[in-house]
Design a protein around this ligand. Structure first.
Ligand code: ZN
Length: 188
């Protein structure tokens, strides 16, 4: 069991440190990434996770391959059994990510956070964003995202800078309902 730390934990307020590129493929970093994926998979509504959320103050985030599953997005076929029976798209690993291009066009989208349970709210974020990062093999790459993925990029890079979505959110509310899909809100 990997613990997902909650908002009172000071690690979530630290500026996370870059990973030395020469260490990316070493066992220590591989283990951290594996732990992040394990923690993310343990939450059936989770779409992404940043390293500080498992108590590690390093600049790494992972986006779940689930977000490329149309059924998951629409809220159909999103039971745990469905999720694991399906061929999953690979999870995307971003190490030392930098937001490069951010659209001026912004949109309010509902979101939540694995570290701020059970609060939800709406955050205005850019509708398109490009991230430059290293992957888990130490190769530099660039990924453009729009809509949900763009919002995730911004939520995750905020985590690496000690910012929580509740610092920016409007119309916040608590909900203890079981959430099986990201149709209404994305949780990362
Ligand atoms: Zn979060």
């Amino acid at each position: 069991m990997i613990e997902i730390v909650q908002s009172e934990n000071p690690v979530l307020r630290k500026i996370a440190k870059d990973v030395a590129v020469s260490l990316i493929t070493k066992p220590k970093i591989k283990k951290i990434i594996a732990d992040m994926i394990f923690a993310l998979d343990s939450q059936n509504d989770g779409v992404a996770i940043a390293a500080p959320q498992i108590g590690v103050s390093l600049r790494i985030f992972v986006v779940s391959g689930r977000i490329f599953d149309e059924d998951f997005i629409r809220g159909k076929g999103s039971t745990e059994a469905d999720l694991y029976q399906k061929a999953r798209q690979p999870d995307l690993v971003f190490i030392n990510p930098v937001l490069k291009k951010i659209s001026k066009d912004r949109k309010l989208m509902a979101e939540g956070c694995l570290s701020v349970r059970p609060i939800y709210g709406k955050v205005r974020r850019a509708t398109r964003a490009t991230v430059e990062a290293y992957d888990q093999n130490g190769n530099k790459f660039s990924k453009e995202g729009s809509g949900l993925l763009a919002h995730i990029f911004q939520h995750e890079t905020d985590h690496l800078d000690g910012i929580l979505f509740t610092d920016k959110a409007k119309e916040m509310y608590e909900s203890f309902d079981e959430i099986n899909s990201i149709k209404d809100k994305n949780v990362s």
